[in-house]
Each structure stands twice: as C-alpha cells, then as structure tokens.
Write a protein that binds this ligand. Sequence first.
Ligand code: LLP
Length: 439
Amino acid sequence: MTTIEGGETDANPAVRRTDDWDAGRLHELAAEHDTPLYVQDLDRVRENCDRLLAAFPDADVRYAVKAHTGRATLEAVREAGLDAECASAGEVDRALAAGFDGGRLHYTAVNPPARDLDYVVDVAEREPDLTITAGAVDTLDRLAERGYDGRLCLRVNPGVGAGHHEKVRTGAAPKFGVPYDRAARVAREAAGRFDLVGIHAHAGSGIDPDQLDSHRELVSRMGELARELTDPGAPTDAPLDLEYVDVGGGFGVPYREDAEPLDLPAVAEATRDAVGDLRGLALAIEPGRYVVADAGVLLTRVNTVKPTPGETVVGVDAGMTDLLRPAMYDAYHPIRNLGGADGEPTPADREETPVTVAGPICETGDTFCTNRAITRPARGDLLAVGIAGAYGYEMANQYNSRPRPAEVALADGEATVVRRRERLADLTRVERESAEVDR
Ligand code: LLP
C-alpha cells in the first residue's frame, strides 16, 4: 500500500465518490430493505477518522455528533479514538449510550433550553470530566445558578465566518460566541467561577479549499487570544491555566464530481502555522461532515418519468423530507443512475440526458437537481444520491406525513438495519400517546 501523505493511502483515498460504490451491492440492499434507504458504511467512517488523526496527530479531534447521530456511527467514531462534540442534551444522551465517557464529551450550549442545561449539569455531576462550552455571559450565569463550577470552555465570536451557504456561516454571526474584543475579559471572569479549560470558535460548515484564508484568519485570531490569556509576563493579569484552543470544524467535502478533495495535510499545516506557538496548549478540532459525508448514500427508486416541453421530470420516492439539504441550501449532491430493479448495470445504450429529479412532497423546492445530465432514467431504476452521510438522515422529518426512511450500516460488507423504516403508525404515535395521557 502506498502512503501518499497524512494518512491518505491508495486504500484510504481523500474522498469516496458515488461512482466508487459497488452498484450490485446497492441493488441488493435496495431489494432487501426497499427505498428510500440510507446506506452508511462504517468502514469508510473509520477511514475518515484515521485520515483526520494522521493529519492532526497532536490535536484533540472531536466528532461533531450532529452530522450523524446513529449509534453504530458513534461507536465506530469512539473506537477510532475521536471525542464527541454535542449540541444538545439529546446528543449528549446518545454519546453516553454509545460509550463516550465524560472526559471525551464536549457539550456546546447555544441558547440552551433550561431542560438541556439541567440534564447536562446533572450528567456532569456523575461525569466531572465533561466540558461545557458556552458563548454568552447569560449562559455562564445560568450554569452558575445551577451550581455548576466544572470544566468550561468559552466560545468566542472571531468575527470571521466561512461555509458552503450563508445559513451555515457561524463565525461572524452574533448568535454565536462572545464578541472577540470582549472575550479576554469574559474569559478572566469565567475563570473565577469555573474551571476554565479552553477557548473555542467555529467558522462555519463546508469550508472548501478556496475559503481556507478565512479558516487561517480565525485560527490565527484564536492563537493570539490564547497567548494573551496565558501570557506569564502580562503586566496586570495572572496567566490562565488553559488546556486547549478549539478552532471548530467545517472541513468541506467535494460534493461535485469534478471538485477536488481538501488537501487535509495542507490544511493541518496551515492550521498549525496560523495558530502559532501555543505554549503547551493543545489544538482541538471538531469535524462533523468530514467524518461521515462520503460514507453515506441515499437510495431512491424512480416511479415516474414525465417529459414536458421544457425538461424531463423524474419522480422518485425520496424527497426533501429524507434529504433536506438541496431544498434548504441549494446543496449539490451527485446522482448516479444504477439502472433497473433486476440489478443489471445501466444499459450502455442509454445516453445522458438533462433531467429534474423531484420527490413526492407538495413543494416546488422538493427537487434533488434541476436539468442535470444523468444516464436517462426509466421507471424502476435505482438512483444513488451521493455524499449523503452527513446531515442527511439527521435532518429527515415527517412533513407531508411521510415516515422517515430506513438506514442500514455496513461493516466489513455486512449490512445491519440500524434505523428501521418508520411506519404510518409512527406518524401518529405521539398524538395517540398524548390522548392516553389526557384520559
Ligand atoms: N462545531 C460546531 C460548534 C458546529 O456548530 C458545527 C456544525 C461543527 C462543529 C461541525 O461542522 P462540520 O465539520 O460538520 O462542517 N446542516 C448543515 C450543516 C450545519 C452545521 C452546523 N454546525 C448542512 O447540511 O450543510
């Protein structure tokens, strides 16, 4: 096996493209489990973890659980050696169930509901090595009111954001973090009330190679702040005893077939350069998408082919309720036609043709692509919507009273149903239980 660099090898390439999946296997899975079906390959999740750890050998690598919270995925990530970064009580609960202990749990509170704070403070009593990251003085007060004086990380708003869409650029959005110019003061105050262990910032999600300057800028600001806070020679303030500087996640993946993957070793080097001398503090990163995106595909079956004067509309059984990203962010996902239900490869004589692939939801925005050239679909064909492992199932919902899809996890080629397909009865379960409570 040839090691290229930073953990990337022939056997562990920087990206798994949708074309790299075994079409025959995907046909089998669709035949056995029906569609729409998410397929998540845990071996690929492990490979992604390995490349991250190899590129950032000295850093604390924390998986942003929100990208994919499935139990099997969390266990694979834990076994690979990553910590868990959680955005809610629910995610902390899932991470605990998947075997992460407090020392590997980081809870990032953003306008946290009281219920979430109560839950996490309670967990922290049992698991005192858990760290809470907070980005508002108000949140610090609410933690103190609950008697919390444990490990705390201060989220800073570095004033620089990046990401694939304005809705996921956090770094300069006032919602997130304490403004950079107040951060040192707030950190010193916080150190008097909590065990202040780190500072944190997150630029945004889906940072592509052409946005690395913003990443570098954020990292360099955080390095400067860390040096200011820990400076043993500062004239007035005693140095703070911090453990780490967390520069967030956001590592992009190439959704488009012709997009280059991130050069992870180069990103790691740029990060180390930009952060500067941390005087013994650790660097921490929080990738979510990078860990799981190319480990997943969404399989969907063509049920309608409708030529219209302007375009051919291809109706499929998955929609924006199964994969919201195209509707919400105009996100691009590769689409591969795997051919008919008999498992035969797509006939070579079918040419590529521009199509709009649309789901079953009564919204115009319920499309996976518009006028995109793919191998001409016929009714019964199986389509693979690629790079769907991050924020795919996680953002699935029941709008239009559509049960959520099933998901299988692959490990060593073996498939296990990890989230069964929801049934119609699942749609009304909460209502029926409420009626019982009222009685
Ligand atoms: N750390 C924090 C504090 C975050 O808020 C996030 C993502 C991450 C880490 C991980 O970012 P990643 O490495 O996955 O880019 N639903 C959107 C993405 C929202 C991301 C929110 N925060 C999408 O489908 O593109």
